[in-house]
Design a protein around this ligand. Structure first.
Ligand SMILES: Cc1ncc(COP(=O)(O)O)c(C=O)c1O
Length: 465
């Protein structure tokens, strides 16, 4: 195994101790499995530019504790007995944490962008793929439409009108392989230097796309109703990027009054609003709020949507709806770039939507996420108690927790990881930085049992229980 322990030479923790901790934690989280050959003392010392004695001390300690064994003339091997944690086994449910560490094999990953494979309709999807190959075989042999296949654009138009009140003609839709790519196109379409008003905190990937295109970013603060209009009026951006139906990352929902105020401001100032409606399908309480695009009477909204959250992130199908006034330029730009999503996948998705499978899947996911959300909220309240503040729980498949512990953000993440749990900070969403230590817990890709176990391990790893 070519292992590279990271050693902190500035730390008060001796190097041999750091090595011991590295090997133990990697055995606990299953990355180093029983029987794996470890680097020789000489090799490791040379690689890390440390003395062989330091490595020897570390290996001796691991040997004494039974983590490794040394075989004459063969080398040093991990000897850590790894048992698989069976989540539903009542015998393991109440084990103290050190035993749970020993049993945990796989990382419980609270990534926001994962989907739960056990609920994905693979069989219906397979049928759609096959049916689309038969149905569209002729069309698949010719260059596709640069805007995206009209069959899919028409279905998206219909779906968005029904579910989000979006008003558009299929010729206003451009399909693309990612939200970032579509924003890149938009920069070419608008093609002048402009100031972008951006939520603070906001979606870092989109912010970076604008920065890459040398646009000036103006961080705009938020309050409980959404984007603060006093900041908008003071800075007068040419373009504003917002996530009104599920603010990224805070999870707030922009109120109807604030939506109308923002639209009026955009109309008065001839500015565009980019509405990123990336997971508007999942809302848990209150009345669904119409999209900004649905409320817009002055053609100021550019609407972005994606199938990454509501269907499959690897499909790479996202879309942008432009006001009529931008279409001429958009056609020039898209002709140059051509279409980035394969026609195959577009036709398969069209077939899937046409057969009613898409709606069925969405309904199933809404129900499932509602259930998982209830489980994670209960688990966090029970296990993490008043050491955290929960927010952002009213929409989308994730919650946020502000953590009130004397541990740095990096320590919180590392300690969790050492216990087999992966959590994500939201600090990269701030351009100016945040005083809070906030962690994102996405629950779309973890099972109900994993949620309970993961939160339990989190409380152990952070020293709460
Ligand atoms: C705020 C936001 N917008 C858009 C997307 C979707 O990106 P894409 O269409 O590239 O998959 C995501 C996915 O995580 C997101 O968080």
């Amino acid at each position: 195994m070519d292992l590279t322990p990271f050693l902190d030479r500035e730390s008060n923790n001796p190097l041999n101790q750091q090595l011991i901790e590295f090997f133990k934690s990697n055995m606990h989280n299953g990355r180093i499995k029983k029987g794996m050959k470890l680097p020789s003392k000489r090799h490791l010392a040379k690689k890390l530019l440390i003395s062989q004695t330091t490595v020897e001390r570390a290996y001796d300690q691991l040997l004494a504790e039974g983590y490794i064994l040394s075989k004459a003339r063969s080398g040093i091997f991990a000897d850590y007995e790894e048992l698989f944690l069976i989540h539903s086994d009542p015998k393991t449910a109440e084990l103290p944490v050190q035993d749970i560490n020993v049993l945990t094999n796989e990382i419980i990953d609270f990534h926001y962008g994962h989907v739960d494979s056990s609920f994905f309709p693979f069989s219906a999807w397979r049928k759609s793929v096959v049916a689309s190959l038969d149905k569209y075989s002729e069309k698949l042999c010719r260059p596709g439409d640069v805007l995206g296949e009209i069959e899919l654009r028409s279905l998206i138009t219909e779906y968005l009108y029904q579910s989000r009140g979006v008003n558009c003609d299929p010729n206003q839709i451009i399909i693309g392989a990612s939200t970032s790519y579509l924003l890149q196109m938009l920069c070419h379409i608008l093609n002048t230097g402009f100031k972008v008003g951006f939520e603070e905190p906001g979606y870092p990937r989109s912010r970076e796309i604008f920065e890459l295109n040398r646009k000036e970013i103006i961080p705009l603060p938020l309050d409980s109703e959404g984007l603060r209009m006093d900041a908008v009026k003071k800075n007068i951006p040419d373009l504003i990027y917002v996530t009104p139906s599920h603010q990224y990352p805070l999870g707030r929902i922009m109120t109807i009054n604030r939506r109308l105020e923002l639209l009026k401001w955009a109309a008065d100032n001839q500015s565009y609003i980019i509405e990123d409606d990336y997971d508007g399908e999942f809302r848990y309480s209150g009345q669904p709020t119409p999209s900004l695009q649905a409320l817009d009477r002055e053609n100021r909204v550019i609407y972005l949507g994606t199938f990454s959250k509501s269907f499959l992130p690897t499909l790479r199908i996202s879309y942008m709806i432009l006001p009529q006034s931008l279409l001429k330029k958009a056609t020039e730009v898209t002709t140059l770039f051509k279409q980035t999503v394969s026609s195959n996948n577009q036709y398969a998705l069209a077939e899937f939507i046409l057969n009613g499978e898409w709606q069925k899947h969405l309904n199933r996911m809404r129900k499932l996420y509602r259930k998982k959300r209830k489980i994670i909220l209960e688990a966090v309240k029970n296990e993490l108690g008043d050491k955290v503040n929960i927010h952002g729980e009213n929409s989308g498949p994730r919650i946020l927790i502000d953590v009130y512990l004397e541990l740095s953000e990096q320590e919180l993440i590392q300690k969790a990881e050492n216990h087999g749990v992966r959590v994500y900070p939201v600090s990269d969403s701030y351009k100016k930085g945040s005083a809070l230590k906030t962690m994102s817990l996405g629950f779309s890709g973890v099972s109900e049992e994993e949620i309970k176990r993961g939160i339990y391990l989190l409380s152990k790893s952070w020293g709460i229980k």
